[in-house]
Ligand binder design. Sequence first.
Ligand code: MLT
Length: 325
Amino acid sequence: MNVDILVTENIGGRWLEELKSKYSVTVEPTLWKSPDKIMAILPSCRALIVRNQTRVNADLLSAAAKLEVIGRAGAGLDNIEVPAATAKGIVVASTPDQNSISVAELTLGIMLDLARKISASNQHAHGGGWERQRFMGAELYGKNFGVVGLGRIGFLTALRARALGMNIIAHDNYISPDAVAVAETRAELMDLDKLLARADFVSCHMPLTPETKHFFNYDRFSKMKPTGYFLNLARGEVVDEAGLLRALQEKKLAGAGLDVREQEPPSSTPFAGMENVILTPHIAAMTREAQERVVAAVCQDVGAVLAGGAAKNFVNFPKPKHPKS
Ligand code: MLT
């Protein structure tokens, strides 16, 4: 089978159709589950387009004889072994900004849900219940929003939290106190322990790297306020779920909102039935607007590279360093 562009996850729309009008494109939304099948198709491919499920590692790339570009439809790069792609001269292009607003908005949504028990009271009312006292909530106004990771999404989320009258406190080892994100959110930068002790909501906005795996563990959850909530719409493996469960059971914190999980899809749901834990199936970037932007950007970059041009949202270099090019 001679395939120019292989798409191993659920990606579609007019921008992909545009690529299909010029190249031979194979779209198999569940192919990410079968690395062997990807490796069988990959030798003829000039481009590979993925979301967050396909493991693009050195092993897989050993079959990438002609690959010029990997398009990552999303911001996280934890499923792409970028150094392995770079070593083979393959461009890695992602969509670093295209879904940030959607993620920030859902973070606010889940925070409001936790504060006002929207999901729990909705379920109750659907069942015919009318216990108003049971769903006593709290205002966000005047509360401390603790951002861990004041990058693009952390910044946009903090800005929105600020608009609700929250105080922004932030921990980020890599940000300058002069950064725009600090000035615009009027964030007070502080060390992590201090943030955990002061935040009413701790919102994780860190990428998954070897250093951040299980960054939020039982010890760290134990440092939060017993009335505090933890939010994770970044990457599941940044959180040690067993540690979070134990901390919740011991009432070290009041609840959590998790859009991402250690394993996706999860094989078990230890938080099932906990009214104080909001679970969503990694939908933060799943809005029509974000997906339109994400698919447009990734298809445009793939199209540009295949036509001999440069990727705009490149992670390593804008043009392939393939010996054939
Ligand atoms: C991202 O990394 O942009 C989001 O988690 C969405 C995704 O991975 O598909």
